[in-house]
Write a protein that binds this ligand. Structure first.
Ligand code: ATR
Length: 264
């Protein structure tokens, strides 16, 4: 039986096993997918197990998306440019790191029938997932990307990878069409103190968080008359892309899948 894992720390709340095991069963694939909490000094040894095929592949989540890179033989273009790996495969004797967060975000936005082209984007946060979101937005031809992060320096560091982005201080709200919450604010019911008076309606409020289903950030956006969307589809489609890489087939994304994640 093939074995796949998601590695991270903490890992308790990961819904990846639920999703992958559902698809494995649905497609009659003799494999199992589990979560495992690792310490940083255990990463190298774990990845070696993929190289010698004791394990067949893994997903990587916070805080190891960059940590795993030195132990891999090759990176996809996306993983290279974002310095972020969330999927590891063993292909033709080589360990290859991929970034499926990018495709996940892109597919999720496409499903909304939303055109990113010519739009101004404001991203709140500068953590692990932000390089992937910027990469995807550039690919979809956003006109202007602005990043606002509590720790200014961290936002500024993103400029070495993405020279075209603008940085503003935390709490500053420049003009935008789409605002994306990529902070962890909202996971525990926190609010983000936006100067909502100047925001108005007709925008898209996107939250990377999907549990809770509707953060205060999305509730506030909705109250002002804006379209809102949580990160559930992004999560599902990053898993979809990883599944495709490992098993060479596209799993189904349907109501059943959406409900599977709702139950938590
Ligand atoms: P990491 O920073 O380790 O990559 P993350 O979960 O990917 O972790 O990112 C957390 C994001 O939420 C960061 O942008 C963080 O801002 P800082 O860089 O200033 O830490 C943001 N964040 C977390 N708590 C916050 C708070 N109370 N107010 C504002 N931003 C917060």
């Amino acid at each position: 039986m093939k074995k796949y894992f998601v590695i991270g720390n903490p890992i308790n709340h990961s819904l990846s096993p639920k999703l992958h095991n559902h698809w494995l069963e649905q497609n009659d694939i003799n494999a199992v997918y589990e979560k495992i909490k690792l310490e940083e000094n255990e990463i190298e040894n774990f990845i070696l197990k993929i190289k010698n095929q004791e394990i067949n592949g893994c997903n990587v989540t916070v805080p190891f998306k960059k940590t795993v890179i030195p132990f891999l033989d090759k990176l996809s273009l996306e993983a290279e440019q974002t310095q972020s790996v969330n999927t590891i495969c063993f292909h033709n004797g080589e360990l290859v790191g991929y970034n499926t967060d990018i495709g996940g975000f892109e597919k999720a936005i496409n499903k909304l029938n939303y055109k990113i082209e010519d739009k101004k984007i404001l991203i709140l946060g500068a953590g692990g997932v932000v390089p992937s979101i910027i990469f995807a937005l550039n690919k979809m031809k956003a006109t202007k990307i602005t990043v606002s992060n509590r720790t200014y320096k961290k936002a500024e560091n993103l400029k070495s990878q993405f020279k075209e982005i603008n940085i503003v201080g935390w709490g500053e709200i420049p003009e935008f069409d789409i605002i994306i919450n990529a902070t962890s604010l909202g996971l525990n019911n926190e609010t983000i103190d936006l100067k909502t008076r100047n925001i108005g309606d007709g925008k898209l409020f996107y939250d990377v968080i999907y549990n809770p289903n509707e953060t205060n950030f999305l509730k506030d956006g909705k109250k002002l008359g804006n379209q809102t969307e949580n990160g559930k589809l992004m999560f599902i489609y990053q898993a979809f892309e990883a599944f495709k890489l490992w098993h060479d087939l596209e799993p189904s994304v349907d109501v059943k899948i959406l409900n599977l994640l709702n139950n938590d």
